[in-house]
Design a protein. Sequence first.
Length: 72
Amino acid sequence: MSLDDKLDRTKDKVSGKAKEVEGKVTGDKARETEGKTENAIGKAKDKLADAKDSVKGAVDGVKKKLKQHDDQ
């Protein structure tokens, strides 16, 4: 996972939380909802990145086992 991707996800979560709080404080339900949505997008991106890393790890493990098998 790249640093840019991690920064993008963090930006979404922080910005979303700020908008959510702003909406709550000002009574602006649309802004609050926008913030919740943006925060959820950041969290979803985190989950996707975790899944991507897990799949990459599994594929790398299979490749390593195949290489070991071929070397024998």
